[in-house]
Ligand binder design. Structure first.
Ligand SMILES: Nc1ncnc2c1ncn2[C@@H]1O[C@H](COP(=O)(O)OP(=O)(O)OP(=O)(O)O)[C@@H](O)[C@H]1O
Length: 330
């Protein structure tokens, strides 16, 4: 496999291949708009953080990518195909927030089901390792497990499928810190070993730092930031300086101000600099958490797509007809 190795994640990725591409993507639930005119691309082999406030559209986006829902406008493709298509679906593993499992099954029954549902691609060793590392007995009933233990079994099913695209909807929410740490390591190991593309929705911003090399920030159904974490961080600057009177300092006029906050006599601003910043400001590159928090607090800030996140398919808006109405989840 030809590709470049990421220095943070150790993963091999192929910048030319596209895992996910959205063009003018929209979803409406009856009258409610969950996603609107979203266009972005996630290159294959990336570990992408999907971030946004409650109700931003993250779960909707993951359900679309898993082929469980259809867009009401635009398109979303996975490895160039329709997510629900017979040749694409086996390449995707999706772990929803509610992690559906059969409570009456034992862990062994559950893994056997995984093997039967994924003939020819089931990685028994990976699935069993995931269960064993949690100290779980294969004879334990799923219904008797704690929330975190069920998450582990659900992840074992997802890993066992040996997916090319792993979609995780807040997978760590009910795990204790140690289990989170272990599962993150297992996830990264799997992803690095098999060059899996991972899209992971999470509200725990600190947890994403160091795991993810790609970012998709959505707010109010729209894409706000998309691209390599490194590039997005480098495109921003955190300024700290003296607050002199009301309003934004005049020297900010040439820059894009994402957010500016005054605390007493101090002003802290996250900007996208366009040219030099006067010396009176202390300038630092923001952390991922600072970048995300500033954008979450300032939903009106202009969106930014890195070149690698620009879709390659041209956007041709179509009139919406009855055939584009929402359909039931498969
Ligand atoms: N089945 C549904 N029927 C009607 N509206 C829905 C449905 N599912 C989601 N929505 C609405 O669509 C919008 C996006 O929801 P979604 O669950 O995708 O957001 P989210 O970013 O995953 O939120 P959270 O972080 O709270 O999980 C919200 O306004 C939500 O109320």
């Amino acid at each position: 496999m030809t590709g470049t190795t990421d220095t943070i994640t150790g993963m091999t990725f192929q910048p030319g291949r596209t895992a996910l591409e959205a063009v003018g993507l929209g979803v409406k639930y009856r009258r409610r708009r969950a996603l609107e005119d979203c266009s972005f691309r996630i290159p294959a082999g990336r570990v992408c953080a999907l971030v946004g406030p409650n109700g931003a559209g993250k779960s909707t986006l993951l359900a679309l990518a898993a082929g469980l829902r259809r867009p009401t406008a635009g398109s979303l493709t996975v490895f160039g195909g329709r997510p629900g298509a017979a040749d694409v679906r086996p390449r995707i593993a999706y772990l929803s927030q509610d992690k559906p499992l059969y409570p009456q099954f034992t862990i062994a029954d559950t893994l056997r089901m995984g093997r039967e549902l994924n003939p020819g691609r089931w990685d028994r060793a990976a699935a069993e390792r995931m269960v064993a590392e949690g100290g779980l007995s294969s004879t334990a009933r799923v219904g008797d497990l704690s929330g975190g233990q069920r998450t582990r079994v659900a992840l074992a099913l997802a890993f066992g499928k040996r997916p090319e695209l792993l979609l995780l909807d807040e997978p760590m929410a009910d795990l204790d810190p140690l289990a989170r740490h272990e599962l993150t390591a297992a996830l990264m190991g799997q992803a690095a070993e098999h060059a899996t593309t991972v899209v992971i929705a999470s509200h725990v911003l600190a947890e994403l730092d160091g795991i993810c090399d790609y970012l998709l920030l959505v707010a109010d159904g729209r894409v706000r930031l998309a691209g390599e974490v490194e590039d997005l961080l480098a495109a921003h600057a955190l300024l700290v300086g003296r607050h002199e009177g009301p309003g934004l300092p005049r020297e900010f006029a040439t820059h894009t101000v994402v957010e500016a906050r005054a605390t007493g006599r101090q002003l802290t601003a996250l900007i996208r600099p366009d040219g030099p910043v006067p010396e009176r400001w202390r300038v630092a590159e923001p952390s991922l958490e600072e970048l995300l928090l500033a954008h979450l607090r300032a939903p009106g800030a202009p969106a930014l797509l890195a070149p690698s996140a620009e879709p390659r398919t041209p956007h041709r808006p179509r009139a919406q007809g009855p055939s584009q109405e929402p359909r039931a989840v498969a």
